[in-house]
Design a protein around this ligand. Structure first.
Ligand SMILES: Cc1cc2nc3c(=O)[nH]c(=O)nc-3n(C[C@H](O)[C@H](O)[C@H](O)COP(=O)(O)O)c2cc1C
Length: 212
């Protein structure tokens, strides 16, 4: 049976564009995979604890030799890793925060990188639907400042994932940020969001691996 792991990480609720995009993808996925299973995790509402000394080094201790503290620390990561291993498709709602990913997502990612996942996730499709307040396209002053995508692409490569798909909606603060309102980019914001929604629809038309 097909299995979607759906993660969100925006600190916003209703107004979040990355949540809107990930919900659209998940709805399409459910339509295409009526018998499929969806596991949902909201990394902002239910944050994964940061990796600490005990949790990191517990993985280097053989299971029977672990202290109760090490065993409990390992269990947190093990559950998250099992969720990834069970999935065919991993959908990530990922805003841009201070030119990188939300720390809640990084805390999750630090837990799933392990000997069980390194180089071994190449059979899974990773789809990242993202939102960013400004504009980062070719020729813009901040082209190349969105370090989230290159970072995650490289990090996923270490897990064997070479073909992660990124779909972005940008200029999302055009009507909200006092610095951006005078630029009158509302129409461009709307266009970017509708392009991202259309890109998701197109993915379901062109990628057979997303259909049962
Ligand atoms: C803590 C924080 C940091 C942000 N940093 C950036 C940034 O570096 N560049 C940018 O373009 N937008 C930045 N934004 C704006 C968000 O990227 C934008 O609001 C985006 O739509 C967030 O995704 P969401 O709509 O899913 O919440 C930031 C927002 C927050 C809350």
């Amino acid at each position: 049976m097909r299995h979607l792991l759906h993660l969100d990480s925006s600190l916003r609720g209703e107004g979040s564009r990355s949540r809107k995009l990930s919900a659209h993808f998940a709805d399409r996925w459910r339509t295409e995979n009526p018998d499929g299973i969806v596991t949902y995790r909201d990394l902002a509402a239910d944050p994964v604890p940061h990796l600490d000394d005990v949790a990191f080094f517990a993985q280097f201790v053989a299971e029977p030799d672990r202290t109760p503290e090490q065993a409990a620390a390992m269990a947190v990561g093990t559950q998250l890793i099992e969720e990834v291993l069970a999935a065919d498709t991993v959908l990530i709602g990922l805003p841009l925060y201070n030119f990188g990913p939300p720390s809640t997502f990084k805390a999750w990612f630090d837990r799933i990188v392990s000997q069980r996942t390194a180089g071994k996730l190449g059979d899974k499709k990773f789809v990242v639907v993202s939102a960013r307040g400004g504009g980062y396209g070719p020729g813009t002053p901040r082209e190349g400042w969105d370090h989230r995508e290159p970072w995650l692409r490289h990090a996923l490569t270490s897990l064997g994932v070479e073909d992660a798909i990124f779909i972005d909606a940008e200029l999302t603060l055009a009507r909200e940020s006092p610095n951006m309102i005078p630029l009158d980019l509302g129409a461009a914001e709307d266009q970017s969001l509708s392009d991202a929604l259309a890109a998701i629809d197109n993915l379901f038309l062109t990628d057979k691996s997303l259909r049962a």
